[in-house]
Structure formats: C-alpha cells, structure tokens
Design a protein around this ligand. Structure first.
Ligand SMILES: C[S@@+](CC[C@H](N)C(=O)[O-])C[C@H]1O[C@@H](n2cnc3c(N)ncnc32)[C@H](O)[C@@H]1O
Length: 318
C-alpha cells in the first residue's frame, strides 16, 4: 500500500490520534472497559436456504416462534416493534413483561440469522413523567442475548408534519418539556461484524454509501392515514438499511411487518423478504400494498420505451 510505506501505523494514545492509518487499536479493545461485554467470535459461516414456498411471504402469527425459518437463513432483520402503548394491536403489559415478549422475538431472530447477520431496530422513547428510555432497555436486552452492537442511528424526523407542541412551561424554567423530533435505529450483529459477499453483489451507490454510513439520518415520517396503518415507517428507512447491510438476492426479515414497508423496500432493492404480523387486517393490507407496488415497479417506463423505439428507428434509418 503506497500511502503507508516505511511508516508504522497510528496507535490509540492518551491524546487520541490525529489520523487513522493502518491504525492499531489493540490497546483500546483489550482494555478493562470491554470486560463483560459480548465479544466477537470467529464462527464458521453456515447458511441454510429459506424454503422457496416461505420466501416473499408474510405469516399471520406471532413472531415469538418463527418455525418456518431454518437456523442461519436470514441476512438482515429490520423492524419497528409494537410499543405497548394502547394501539389496537398492543397488549397492556408491564415493562418487564413487554421486555420479555420482545426478548423472545429477538432470541428467535438470533437463531434464524446467518453468522454476521445484522439486526436494525427502529424505536422511539415514551412518556415524560418520567421518560421511558425504551431504546436503553432494548440495548441491554440485546447485549444480554449476546448480540454485538454496531452503532446507533438517530433518525431526525423534524421535517414531518404536525410536530408536538407540548412545551410544558412556555418561556419559563418552571418545567420546560423536551419535544422528541427523533427516533433511534439500533444496529447489531450476530457473532461477528464482517460478512463475506459469497459472489453476491452490493447494490449501494457511492452517494448512498457516503450518506447512509452517517449516524444521523434526516427524512420525514410516513403519514399513518396515507398508509392505512397506525404506525408505519417510511420505505426509506428499511431501504437504507438493506442497501447498507445486505448483498443482492439475500433475505430480509421483519417480525412486525405492519403495512409491508420492509417488503416494498426489499423488492425495490432486489432482495427477498419474509415477515410476520399477528393482525390479519395488516397482513392483507401489506399483501395488497406489495401487489400494487409490484405493478408500478414492473411496469415499462413508457417514456423510455418511446425513446428507445425512436433510437431504434433512427438506427434503422426510418
Ligand atoms: C409498529 S407496527 C410495525 C409497522 C411497520 N414497520 C410498518 O411500516 O407498517 C408493529 C406491528 O406489530 C404487529 N404485532 C403485534 N404483536 C405481534 C406479535 N406478537 N407478532 C407479530 N406481529 C405483532 C402489530 O399488528 C403491528 O402491525
């Protein structure tokens, strides 16, 4: 490598290092700070196919048991779980019961992911008096299950319509209240960080890579009315994660599929999907939205074909 010839690489130092060239961070990663946290293991890669009759399907059942999916068969999980806040599909669980329920799903996700498979959980925090930091509890539970944390994306959704106006005490220090204009996307890996491409293609463009590797993402939320589901995320959210974390043709799982946004993002980026939702109404909605998306997505671009026809005629001298 030309840039580093004849020079030792940089090292973690008391004052940090100005640039990182062939950086040796062993001192940092073997420090006591990492004691007790899940460690990367070198696992032999194993991958089992999802049976073809279960691919690109949404199952109407709880994702606490995903027996349709073999061990080591999914490459990425993207989801936004039910929040246990009284929506029609929510149960009135205590925080402990809620965490145990989610942990059963995350445990199943771990079983079905390939070694190095990625998990992305979109979550917002709740309440004010006091604030419930759901994202902290989920991180704790994921670490407890042995997942390796890769990072945390702050989704800035400030540009969405109808921002909260619950200020608390207006222009007074009596009790001003923070208005969350963000949600989290918590990112983990099973067992190891790296994945080999196994001859598969990455489809992310240079511009997308530069943008999607930033830890703050800015785009608007999806209006519930438009989609017909109480809590959809925009297709942009799973699309970015799929482009960043999977190769073409791989399998994306959403254990809480809702209106089908993860399926649509998977089709858009030429990946397979598999999903679960306990509510039949939402499974039907998702299937309908997927069908409609496919009609548009596969329809020939009339302008382009006109143009192509024109070019063809020109070549033939007509
Ligand atoms: C926050 S919504 C997901 C919305 C989805 N991301 C979208 O864009 O439409 C959570 C979904 O989880 C479903 N759900 C609740 N409990 C479930 C369970 N035990 N297993 C599978 N799905 C469940 C609900 O019916 C709801 O559609």
């Amino acid at each position: 490598m030309r840039f580093n010839q004849g020079k030792a690489g940089t090292k973690t130092s008391a004052f940090g290092s100005p640039g990182r060239i062939n950086h040796d961070s062993t001192a940092f990663y073997t420090s006591k700070l990492y004691e007790g946290l899940p460690k990367e293991e070198i696992i032999e890669y194993a991958e089992n196919p999802v049976p073809s009759n279960f691919l690109d399907k949404i199952f109407c059942k709880t994702s606490e048991k995903m027996e349709e999916l073999p061990d080591n068969s999914v490459h990425l999980m993207v989801t936004s779980p039910p929040y246990n806040v009284g929506k029609e599909y929510d149960e009135n669980l205590t925080l402990n019961e809620y965490r145990k329920f989610l942990k059963r799903v995350w445990g199943e996700v771990k079983r079905v992911l390939v070694p190095g498979g990625r998990v992305c959980i979109n979550i917002a925090n709740l309440g004010r008096k006091p604030y419930i930091p759901l994202h902290t509890f989920i991180v704790e539970d994921m670490l407890d299950l042995g997942f390796l944390m890769r990072g945390e994306i702050i989704w800035n959704k400030a540009s969405s319509g109808s921002p909260s106006t619950a200020w608390g005490s207006w222009l007074s220090a009596k009790n001003p209240i923070l208005r969350d204009i963000h949600e989290y996307i918590l990112v983990f890996s099973k067992g190891m960080f790296k994945r080999e491409n196994l001859g598969r293609k990455s489809t992310i463009s240079k511009e997308e890579f530069l943008e999607f590797t930033k830890s703050v993402w800015t785009f608007a939320a999806e209006p519930a009315i438009k989609v017909g589901h109480p809590a959809p995320f925009p297709v942009e959210l799973p699309y970015r994660l799929i482009q960043l974390y999977t190769f073409e043709g791989e399998v994306v799982l959403d254990p809480f599929m809702g209106s089908g946004q993860t399926s649509i993002a998977s089709i858009k980026s030429r990946r397979h999907y598999v999903g679960y939702d306990i509510n039949e109404k939402y499974v039907k909605l998702a299937e309908k939205r997927v069908r409609n998306f496919c009609l548009d997505f596969n329809a020939p671009n009339l302008f382009e074909s006109e143009e192509k026809r024109g070019r063809q005629k020109w070549r033939e001298g007509v």
